[in-house]
Design a protein around this ligand. Structure first.
Ligand code: BGC
Length: 755
């Protein structure tokens, strides 16, 4: 009798199990139907809501008591500050985890930063293996390459590390508009221009996602500053939103379909992005056809029910409050469960494509040596030569007087979520020596000692804080002796950058510090007196005031180059690679010349509120109306050779313009040229910029005398402006001026097309 009962119970259990669907590509709706309300909420609220102490899981500090949770499939993460976070625990140091619902075959997904490479813990307690990732060049350098093919190669390598280290989604690219040069995260972002930002981001997404892992394009939208970042309100017209702040995101969604989008912390016209249904549902999905899911930025305002109702599918990293809020909202009727179902469905649609779901057997052994080569080559392609009065390249392996702390403690990337736990970094001094340059020994030794001594007093670098060593004042004797002993002077100026704060209009940040200015004065005076050249390297993710630019003979913007920095810089200085990067932003004569200067980071008397009164006139759209205020224009960058443009053609084919232009290397060294196509639209009845970037291309390396015809396509639809009154994109009839240009202020050829 006993045996019969047991068999019967077993049969029942087996039948029940058989009835529970297990997630696959074809049964998403069936699985959704089988999910309890709690399981649905479990999926949309990230794993970090399970926090606790030695007594087990409980509410996060300061958080209300949560309802019962299913802890299956989660493991404890090591404690920090007495708080234990729970996650899938698979990839240590990843920013977030999706909570699995094992009953239904719903797996976790591991989400990890960031824009310059995968950010995970490289060294793990009780584990002798290491998990270093490659630190690739920062965002501004990638866009300064104007080379979508290159970006795709870089991010193919980056995405391979995501896959091989067991993560599913890379929290990148970051692509907010450089509205103002003081934005603390501009180094992660691409440009003042949405077309350049959008095309670079699309290439980035294609490269990463080609590995079968996802991206999270961030921060959607109008997150162009860090001051009061959680909830600061961007007051911006719909036209400026559509044409400038949303445009890049539109391009990346339409061209590359990222698996996910990350909503931003800020408000837009009074509504938090993560609660903004117009933004996340009407525009992103309805108008642009986005197919993936949206996640919040980490710890974004946490009204879970409002976020779900807006179409913000996943709440990261997840708080107990969000869980409770959604549960209460559905149970009380405040939130129609169909909103939640839509979110769950969209997450599952992405999940079934993820490596974790597919049980990909990751190796934890990506080819770091090959990726180091990729980053070395890429960094050299994005450096921008701003000035060169017969100083570069240093073809003879000259005796170099290498000055400046960042030459010896090179900043290879920023801090915060854009940080990468890399195995090493090549500083400029090491790179130059490896390339055969003879560095002034005395000088190098004293800088190295100083850096070592200062570093010993500082806390170790970790992702949130990268301590920097203060610049030292060079004495006249040292400068004079160095000018005698060496053939050339190289001086580096550096600026660290990170998330969570904006830069300041102060000496040492936007302006050179007194020490830096005194050093430049002295080095230029002593070396010029000795008939020798002074080269300045800008080691930063952004720009600084350049009122001093007439002093040195050459200025190379090296950005933050990733872990091979010194080698990439040496490749350019030695002339192994001719510079071909061009500025993705304008460098104005003075800060006050930027159109956002008076409303950044806050509008006067209006804390938390920022008026985007410059409207669409951001970057060169503004400077084209005030050219006298430009120092280095958008799109500008010198080469070691020269290029001539010819045969510009623009022909209409259906609803597109086919544009071609011939570029010839007329100089004496091989090089590549980034060509910009600007279009000036007829006035119509709207105020319009003089011209706007509508396409760009970059030649392959051309030998002296060689030519290449670049062909580009512009959709007529992309020449429209947004009429907010009529809520419509409009193409005005009339004459359009198509320009092929070497920079926004160096138009080489024009043709007109009448539409
Ligand atoms: C940043 C995001 C990042 C997230 C996860 C936030 O502080 O704004 O860009 O992806 O943290 O680390």
């Amino acid at each position: 009798m006993k045996a019969i009962l047991t068999t019967g119970a077993l049969l029942c259990a087996m039948t029940a199990f058989a009835q529970v669907p297990q997630l696959n590509r074809n049964n998403i709706d069936e699985v959704l139907k089988a999910m309890t309300l709690e399981e649905k909420i479990t999926l949309v609220v990230g794993a970090n809501r399970y926090v606790g102490d030695e007594n087990g899981p409980g509410p996060a500090p300061g958080m209300p008591e949560r309802k019962s949770v299913d802890m299956s499939g989660l493991v404890e993460q090591p404690k920090s500050d007495g708080v234990t976070a729970f996650s899938s625990g698979r990839v240590k140091g990843a920013a977030g985890d999706v909570v699995p619902v094992e009953r239904l075959g719903i797996t976790t997904m591991v989400l990890a930063d960031g824009p310059a490479g995968l950010r995970i813990d490289a060294v793990r307690p009780g584990d002798d293996n290491t998990y270093f990732c490659t630190a690739f060049p920062i965002g501004s350098l990638l866009s300064a390459s104007w080379d979508t093919g290159l970006v795709e190669r870089v991010t193919a390598a980056m995405g391979n590390e995501v896959l091989e280290y067991g993560a599913d989604v890379l929290l990148a690219p970051a692509m907010n508009i450089h509205r103002n040069p003081l934005c603390g995260r501009n180094f992660e972002y691409y440009s003042e221009d949405p077309l350049l930002a959008g095309k670079i981001a699309a290439a980035y997404v294609r490269g990463v996602q080609g590995n079968g892992v996802g991206t999270s394009v961030k921060h959607f939208a109008a997150n162009s500053q860090e001051t009061l970042r959680n909830g600061q309100n961007a007051s911006v017209s719909e036209r400026a939103l559509r044409e400038i702040y949303l445009k890049g995101f539109e391009i990346v969604v339409k061209e590359a379909q990222p698996w996910t989008i990350m909503s931003s912390y800020n408000k837009i016209n009074g509504v938090l992005s993560s609660e903004n249904r117009w933004l996340l549902t009407d525009v992103l999905r309805g108008e642009w056809g986005f197919k993936g899911f949206v996640m919040t930025d980490w710890w974004a305002e946490e009204n879970g029910a409002r976020q779900i109702a807006a179409g913000n599918d996943m709440l990261m990293p997840g708080t107990p409050h969000q869980y409770d809020d959604i549960l209460d909202a559905v149970q009380s009727g405040r939130l129609d469960i169909r909103f939640l179902d839509d979110c769950v469905r969209r997450i599952l649609q992405v999940m079934v494509e993820s490596p974790t779901f597919k049980r990909y057997a990751y190796s934890n052994k990506p080819d770091l040596a090959a990726h180091a080569q990729v980053t070395r080559e890429a960094a050299a392609q994005g450096m921008v030569l701003l000035k060169n009065e017969s100083a570069l390249p240093l073809v003879r392996k000259s005796k170099v007087a290498l000055f400046g702390v960042p030459s010896y403690d090179t900043m290879v990337g920023g801090s915060g979520s854009g940080y990468v736990n890399r195995a090493y970094k090549v500083t400029v001094d090491a790179g130059l020596e490896a390339a055969g340059f003879r560095l002034d020994k005395q000088l190098a030794e004293s800088y190295r000692d100083y850096v070592k001594h200062e570093k010993a007093k500082q806390p170790a670098e970790y992702f949130w804080i990268i301590p920097t060593v203060q610049e030292t004042l060079i004495s006249r004797e040292v400068a004079q002796a160095a000018a005698k002993r060496n053939e050339v002077c190289v001086y580096s100026i550096g600026r660290m950058a990170g998330e969570g704060g904006d830069r300041t209009l102060t000496p040492g940040d936007w302006y050179l510090s007194e020490t830096e200015q005194a050093n430049i004065d002295l080095l230029c005076e002593t070396f010029h007196k000795a008939g020798k050249k002074v080269i300045v390297l800008l080691n930063m993710g952004n720009i600084v005031d350049m009122g001093w630019s007439d002093q040195p003979d050459a200025i190379l913007h090296t950005w933050m180059d990733g872990q091979e920095a010194g080698n990439s810089v040496a490749d350019i200085l030695a002339g192994k690679v001719s510079p071909s990067g061009k500025l993705p932003m304008t460098i104005a004569k003075s800060y006050e010349d930027y159109s956002s200067a008076k409303d950044f980071p806050m509008s006067n008397g209006n804390p938390g509120d920022v008026n985007y009164d410059e409207d669409i006139f951001v970057g060169y759209r503004h400077f084209d109306r005030h050219p006298e205020t430009i120092l280095y224009p958008f799109g500008f960058g010198l080469s070691y050779t020269d290029f001539a443009y010819s045969d510009l053609k623009a022909e209409r084919e259906g609803d597109e313009l086919k544009i071609s232009v011939k570029v010839t290397n007329t100089g004496k060294r091989p090089g590549r040229e980034a060509v910009q196509i600007y279009v000036g639209a007829p006035a119509g009845n709207a105020v319009k910029p003089v011209k706007e970037l509508r396409a760009f291309g970059k030649t392959s390396e051309l030998k002296p005398g060689a030519s290449e015809v670049l062909t580009m396509t512009v959709k007529l639809a992309d020449l429209r402006w947004f009429d907010a009154y009529e809520q419509a994109w409009k193409l005005d009839a009339g004459e359009y001026v198509i320009s092929a240009a070497a920079s926004s202020r160096d138009i080489r050829q024009n043709v007109t097309v009448t539409l």
